[in-house]
Design a protein. Structure first.
Length: 452
């Protein structure tokens, strides 16, 4: 006989954990299936270790700035093993906290992979469990290509297994992961080349993505546009590449493939319930996280929605509120979700890009832009510029997009995202007294529109 629950959650990443814990606090009997470490990609091979390495890179850059300020200590290299021990201890504490919270919430944790027998029945190892509501929250994994020599390099997960900084690194890809790892490795001392088939940060504001590329180049990262790597070879302990342009770049000490991710559905046996997926393998959901199969839901990177941890968390919690918390209208509003690329410098965005606004509003779209060198860098004689854009529409200049590039943009955007979500106008920003001297004040001191 199957064990009975109210809610089965397949996947112990951010979305699954959040939904399971919220449902249990509403009084539901919950089973959570996760054969690997709690926390999923974000905690173990994503946001958390990535941001830890980004902080280390920031410290390396701060040493250089300090010398320009007049401090006489020469910048030192990062002690990777020591720092990684700190990083792994921090991550272990997060996993332990999740385990304690699940235990306190009386969630039954099953350390097995789950697969569908029916829409309301899951096989977890040799256990059969039943629930009227099942959530798929299995996340995604890095793409692997059939490119000859692919295994000479590593996917993004392999970056976190590094125990020293490579002297020369090749990164294939132009999205979040490629850009972020390039900045980290360059700041920590690696000689970095990026190979990009089209442009950096597709889907982001085109001008801001271009400017990010220029800043990365100024930082010493070589970006090779319109270049597809067709093969990789290992020779005498070094890595050589083949490019479709006929070039043979290298040698490199490390090769990182950052060529997208795919939804983790292979082990679910979704065919047993005819669960619908899109052409890229993502589980299709509506605005309520409902799939095409009644009683089966999905959140997080396994769906086509934005692959951001806070999105998965918010969607999972609202689903639990609706199913078990007496909140029939609870669902996530997917509009105006802020996001940050932890590049060097950071690129932050909320709402529409300039291109999206132009397509949506035509001549009613207008832009305010500010470009400046942050005081902290100007004092050191450095030329890295910050660029902020307010994208507006209508006679009252309602703000429909905010784009930021530069130091501290990652921290600054959150508050401005609240303002955009609440329907702020340019006049609201104008009426706000600036905090001086800061980079943030430039957002409320923007002058005339940019012609266009």
């Amino acid at each position: 006989m199957p064990e009975n629950f109210d809610f089965i959650v397949i996947g112990g990443g951010s979305g699954g954990l959040s939904s399971a814990i919220r449902a249990a606090r509403h009084g539901a009997r919950v089973a959570l299936l996760e054969p690997k470490d709690l926390g999923g990609t974000c905690v173990n091979v994503g946001c958390i270790p990535k941001k830890a390495m980004w902080y280390a890179a920031q410290m390396a850059q701060a040493q250089s700035i300090a010398v320009d300020y007049g401090f006489h200590e020469k910048p030192g290299a990062l002690d990777w093993p020591r720092f990684i021990a700190f990083r792994e201890k921090y991550i272990e504490n997060i996993r332990a906290s999740y385990a304690q919270t699940l235990d306190k919430s009386k969630v039954t944790v099953i350390r097995e992979t789950g697969r569908f027998i029916a829409a309301d029945r899951i096989l977890a190892g040799d256990r059969e469990i039943h629930a009227p509501h099942v959530l798929v929250a299995t996340g995604s994994a890095p793409n692997r290509l059939d490119t000859p020599g692919f295994d000479v390099g590593v996917v993004s997960d392999g970056f976190f297994a590094m125990r020293a900084c490579p002297r020369r690194t090749a990164i294939v890809g132009g999205g979040y992961i490629a850009v972020e790892l390039a900045g980290v490795l360059r700041a920590l001392g690696s000689d970095v080349d990026i190979y990009v088939r089209d442009r950096l940060m597709g889907g982001f504001d085109e001008e801001m993505a271009y400017l990010l590329g220029e800043e990365m180049r100024a930082h010493g990262i070589r970006i090779h546009y319109q270049c597809q790597i067709t093969a990789a070879h290992e020779k005498d302990g070094a890595i050589l590449l083949d490019c479709d342009k006929g070039d043979h770049p290298g040698p490199y000490e490390a090769l990182i493939w950052a060529v997208g991710r795919h939804a983790n559905t292979r082990t679910l046996d979704i065919g047993a319930i005819d669960l619908a997926t899109d052409r890229r393998g993502h589980v299709i959901v509506d605005e309520w996280q409902q799939t095409n199969v009644r009683g089966v839901y999905a959140v997080g990177d396994v769906t086509p929605n934005k692959a951001l941890t806070p999105v998965a968390v918010a969607a999972g919690r609202r689903l639990a509120d609706r199913l078990f918390g007496g909140m029939p209208e609870a669902k996530l509003d997917y509009s105006n979700i802020p996001s940050v690329v932890f590049s060097h410098p950071p690129l932050a965005s909320v709402g529409m890009s300039e291109q999206e606004a132009k397509e949506a509003f035509g001549a009613d779209m207008h832009v305010y832009k500010q470009s400046f060198i942050p005081m902290q860098l100007a004092l050191a004689g450095q030329r890295m510029r910050s660029v902020y854009k307010l994208i507006c529409t209508g006679k009252d200049s309602r703000i429909v997009g905010i784009q930021m590039l530069g130091p501290s943009s990652d921290e600054l955007l959150q508050g401005f995202a609240v303002a955009l979500k609440m329907g702020a106008r340019k006049s609201d920003f104008d009426a706000t007294v600036a905090i001086h001297p800061t980079s943030a004040e430039e957002m409320v001191l923007m002058g005339d529109r940019v012609p266009g």
